[in-house]
Design a protein around this ligand. Structure first.
Ligand code: THU
Length: 131
């Protein structure tokens, strides 16, 4: 795992807006160009309107003109490495292949490694929409 991706996720986590859960999350994705895009969770007083860190990183990537990601890093301050929620697994699968590596980390230094395919087996995709 490249340290630049870890650093980006760690740094952006500081900016998370999480006054309701007090659970700050940082995410960084690497686009196919090699560029890194970071995002943090942004909560809202109307709770369901909050957005996850992964969604922010993906939005930054797409806004920059990239639609393929090759690496994912997610970090939080929990004891267990943070695991992307179901919705974020689908969002990540939109832009990444099943073999894309995903690192789930704690700010205390624990890391677990998986892939997008392992996180979302049987993912709904474009093939399911064909006649
Ligand atoms: N959260 C993320 O940003 N990413 C994850 O992978 C798990 C959960 C956020 C959503 C909410 O702001 C807070 O963590 C508690 O669920």
């Amino acid at each position: 795992m490249a340290t630049d991706l870890k650093q980006a996720a760690t740094d952006v986590r500081e900016n998370a807006h999480a006054p309701y859960s007090n659970f700050k999350v940082g995410a960084a994705v690497r686009g196919a160009s090699g560029a890194i895009y970071a995002g943090c969770n942004v909560e809202n007083v109307a709770y369901p309107e909050g957005t996850c860190a992964e969604a922010g990183a993906i939005a930054a990537m797409v806004a920059a003109g990239e639609t393929e990601l090759t690496e994912v890093y997610v970090i939080a301050g929990s004891a267990l490495p943070v695991s992307p929620c179901g919705g974020c697994r689908q969002k990540l699968a939109e832009f990444g292949a099943g073999d894309v590596p995903v690192t789930m980390a704690t700010s205390g230094g624990v890391e677990e490694y998986t892939t997008l395919g392992a996180l979302l087996p049987g993912a709904f995709g474009t093939a399911h929409m064909e006649g």
